[in-house]
Design a protein around this ligand. Sequence first.
Ligand SMILES: *Cc1c(COP(=O)(O)O)cnc(C)c1O
Length: 396
Amino acid sequence: MSVYEEWGLRPIINASGAVTRLGGAPMPSAVLDAFRAAALECVPLDELQGAASRYIAEVTGAEAGLVASGAAAALTMGTAAILARFDLGRMEKLPFTDGFPNEMVMAREQRNGYDHAVRAAGARLVEVGFHEIVAGAGVRRAETWEYEAAFGPNTAGVLYVYDGMPPLAELVKCAHAHNLPVLVDAAGELPPRSNLRDILATGADLVAFSGGKSIRGPQATGILCGKRDLIASALVQMLDMDDHFELWEPPANLIDKKRWKGFPRHGIGRGFKVAKEQIVALLTALKLFVSGAYDQELPVMRRWLDKVAAALEGLPVRCHVNVPADGQSLPILYITLDEKALGRSAIEVCRRLRQGKPSVQVGHGMLHESKLYVNPLNLNEERAAVLARRLREELI
Ligand SMILES: *Cc1c(COP(=O)(O)O)cnc(C)c1O
């Protein structure tokens, strides 16, 4: 019996990958073991974050890092660090920023729902460039000079959602010439594993990765890594600070106590606290991810997808299994529907799959192209067989 049945729910078949809405990625057993073991003993959370910083620095090349409660939380904490630095008065004020620079400059075409996390810290977004390609009104992307033209006395930094344009290294160089830090949302940019290092190698000051996607850590974890001073500022604004300054012994690799005249009370990130179990589990998952251990599963996943595709032969659909050449990214099965022959739309098929028993959720990002897709991350042999049956029933 499923643990969820005790609470009146039936587990679904998640064929859409590490999406947050459906619970993220499956944690490997070594990660679950670490989570459980971590729960049985106590350690000071700041020292644990100090240890996390050392390991994150080792695998990313950053000066420092911390475990946040998701990439979105990492964006809020990174912004809080950029806005307040080591200024205790500013830390106390956030998210109110009257009297100090609070503008984060970003490309209009990179705006997305997750930038709410940056605004939540108190930043105001200043958009540059246009979205000409989506508008069908031009061929150009946002350009570095457009950011520079928007810099002024109220600029606090630059927000960049990783996608290659404008080239990040060029943008970082320009921002640094104006003494402005660059915060990068790279939540979904793993794999390739090389991005753990390559994005920081552009000189970016802070980079946020999701812990509950490809790294397969707990769903509510993320990584913020980059410049030591900014990570230190983010950490003190996130940790529980109910201590005496005289007794406070912050991790020396992260925080130089001599530079602090006092320490803040609970900061803007107190509500984003990360549990010791989550930190240890995320570090364990990161170790597995970095080792390449997940790559071995790719051929097995591909066989599940091939079987699903084979089960749909003869139906009014076209199947294609895409196998990325990097040897690290998951294979994906694309199912293109002949909506006319089927007599129903892709969205209707999606709805019926969700409403069936068991409920099945396939990738729904390409419904406008009459396509469903299957991400194998949360499947196994048995679930793949059930998925094949349910797809056959709805696509006949
Ligand atoms: C998933 C995602 C996030 C949020 O990551 P969480 O770890 O779920 O908080 C932020 N930005 C982008 C671009 C993402 O894809």
